[in-house]
Design a protein around this ligand. Structure first.
Ligand code: TYM
Length: 371
């Protein structure tokens, strides 16, 4: 029995990423690929230096095509079932970096249909409402309005549907059962839905009347969607979509990814700084029972959720990150202080992000695709 589970709807247990790469049939991002990317970007993004983006499919091919003068577009998305949390921002921050480096267009899918179909208690009105709320977070990441196209599945259905049914015709029920674990109890909307998430791998090529390579940055939980999409691509005359996968930023509790279903261990982008501070001050750490013991024996950053926040987002300087690690191990850093420093940084980040979210309200229509 696997000790962890990773599906688009559930991430459970301590994820063994190397095992996952084998299980999903993806490839680790290796030194040669990093070197190539470094040339384009003039340095390596923190997420690559730290192995947060760690796996891929065909990213080497995308770069080879780019070298031959064939530009790619980016595709990523969000299932709008509630407020955005900091974990969701990880792939978006990296997508923005890729947009800047490669001057790429971005198609951003809001799967309000997915969330409506998979979440029994969510109304369609609320799901489409969260599309517009979550789009503010996307825009706040700084994407170029001339090159970024956000769409709600429900509202952009006319364009999506034409490609989705082409995809759906080539995917059998037994395939989606095997890939997603669907059963006879699934409603029929969920069974069709993978064709909708596959559609943006291809419809920009349809709109432009030529084949364009597609690169999808996302956490690895979305990977099951890309397997049938890649199988279908050549049958429809398209390139197979390429992927870059990231790891999960954990919640503030003991283990497990940050998830909106556990709001006390999750920092939402809409949280007030004092709310985020309260959550951080209650976080699970790798600290000892007493300060005296901590001073003597040192803490354990490997299991500490607070350290993970510095690692993923809140300490960009590698040397300073190492210092935090060392100080913790040596017993020179006390959990209370470490949490307070993190809470201040997260608070500053939230204030800035919320200001950008407010500004986004006046430009949101420039980003939304309609048909
Ligand atoms: P959703 O809304 O579950 O997640 C949005 C994006 O955030 C990633 N993610 C995380 N990344 C790092 N740490 C975490 N703790 C964490 N939790 C979630 C997800 O992998 C995702 O990239 N079905 C999708 C929406 C979608 C999509 C796409 C996502 C449609 N097309 C193309 C990526 C690429 C969903 O419900 O994502």
């Amino acid at each position: 029995m696997p000790r962890f589970v990773v599906t688009p709807w559930e991430v459970k247990g301590k994820v063994d990423y190397e095992k996952l790469v084998k299980q999903f049939g993806t490839k680790l991002i290796d030194a040669a690929l990093l070197k190539k990317l470094e040339r384009y970007a003039g340095g390596l993004h923190m997420f690559l230096r730290r192995g947060i983006f760690f796996s891929h499919r065909d990213f080497d091919w995308i770069l080879n095509m780019y070298e031959k003068g064939e530009k790619f577009y980016l595709y990523t998305g969000r299932g709008p079932s509630g407020y955005t949390h900091i974990g969701h921002l990880i792939p978006w921050i990296f997508t923005k970096h890729l947009q800047d480096v490669f001057d790429a267009e971005l198609y951003f899918q809001m799967t309000d249909d997915e969330k409506f179909l998979f979440k029994r208690e969510l109304s369609l009105k609320d799901a489409t409402g969260f599309t517009y709320d979550n789009a503010l977070d996307v825009i706040a990441c700084g994407f170029d309005p001339r090159k970024t196209f956000i769409f709600s599945d429900v509202e952009y259905a006319k364009t999506l549907y034409r490609t989705a049914i082409q995809v759906a015709k080539h995917i059998t029920f037994s395939t989606v059962k095997a890939v997603f674990g669907f059963t006879n109890e699934n409603n029929i909307g969920t069974i069709f839905f993978p064709a909708i998430q596959a559609a943006p791998c291809f419809f920009p090529s349809v709109l432009k009347g030529k084949n364009i390579p597609c690169l999808i940055p996302a956490a690895i939980d979305q990977d099951p969607y890309w397997r049938p999409s890649r199988d279908v691509a050549p049958k429809l005359g398209f390139y197979k979509p390429a992927q870059l996968h990231c790891k999960f930023i954990p919640g503030l509790g003991e283990g497990g990814k940050m998830s909106a279903s556990q709001p006390e261990t999750c920092i939402f982008t809409t949280d007030k700084p004092e709310v985020a501070k309260r959550k951080i001050m209650n976080a699970f750490t790798g600290g000892r029972a007493t300060i005296k013991e901590q001073r003597e024996k040192g803490g354990n950053p490997e299991v500490c959720s607070v350290y993970q926040y510095y690692y993923f987002m809140f300490e960009e300087d590698d040397e300073k990150l190492e210092e935090i690690y060392r100080e913790c191990k040596n017993g020179d850093r006390i959990c209370g202080d470490c949490k307070k420093i993190l809470a201040e940084r997260v608070g500053r980040f939230l204030v800035d992000h919320q200001r950008k979210r407010e500004k986004a309200k006046s430009v949101i229509q420039d980003f939304m695709l309609k048909d």
